[in-house]
Write a protein that binds this ligand. Sequence first.
Ligand code: SF4
Length: 379
Amino acid sequence: MRYIKPQYYDTFKCTADKCPDTCCAGWQIMIDEDSLKRYESVTGEFGERLKHSIDWSEGSFLQKCGRCAMLNDRNLCDLVIACGEESLCETCNRYPRHIEEFEGLREYSLSISCPVAAEIVLGCEEPLSLMEEEDESEDPLWEEFEDFDFLLFTKLEDAREVIFKLIQQNETASLEKFMQEILKFAGEMQACVDEDRVFDVDAVIQAFAKLHEDAALGETAATCDEEKRFYRLKDSFSILYSLERMQPEWTEVLDETWDTLYADGFEQYQKLRTRFLQQYGEGGNMQREWHVFQRNLLMFFLYTYFCGAVYDDWIYSKVALSVFSVIFVQEFVMCRYILADNIIDKHEWVQLAYRYAREVEHSDDNLNLLEEWLQNENG
Ligand code: SF4
């Protein structure tokens, strides 16, 4: 069995009541069978309260005003206080650690919807590096992998490795252009899979790697037409409005971004973007730090989602989700930068990214809707 985790994975520690937010509000916390059985047997006054804090038909904690019924006013968990950390259900015990299961491989990541994990993942100076371990144990889930497409999975792993290598080799190049390239690359891989030509994926990967072999990353990409870019972003914004809200305050972020960036048309947008890029673009004071943040965000989404295409064959949408997320987090940051009259620090970038991730990653419906829309965009 192989195990892969990012270099910073083990550094995460929950800050509980010191956390600037809480992960125990705004979403349904599902409880695993074993924990439900344990909770059923808790006795006394607390046992009664616990039993009345669970939706037994759904197998989840009940909520009061959107907060878990076990969360107290100090943002501490009363279940932990009464019964100890070992009493936590699997969801609470694991979060923000995330596991993707593949045949003979388990990939660990930290979800950036947790503000503390987001600081670790997005603030990391070094690019994502994957630590691999292997042991002799059998995959405990082997029976579930009867239809696992191992051939496609190896191609996906190879493609992700090439993308990561290129990002690492070209630390100073434009990510925006590179993102156009990986979308094109994903579209070509998608065509191979759709047309039952999985063996051709090798040639597509080699051609993509070769394209960037001598040139700096992104140099070969087509120049993006700024006006087209504006209208594409403006049109795409409606999909963000259509997602289910995990936190009602998120609507304010969408409204202020719409009003500030898109409502007054292309020329006004371009003026604001030029102002933003003077600081964050080539030659700007924030260029290096901004590049590191965006690179980390892109690698996070690709690492977490790309190889999952083995289960649904949706390669393009996984890359498109990563690119879409980087671009819209940039738009939210740009909006804040304009509204704050050019003063915004790195923690605010991280805050916008974790709040975005919370909206997208804490709801399967949102994730599916976004992916479906992005996959259809590919035609
Ligand atoms: S969001 Fe992260 S740091 Fe905050 S309480 Fe949850 S796990 Fe802990």
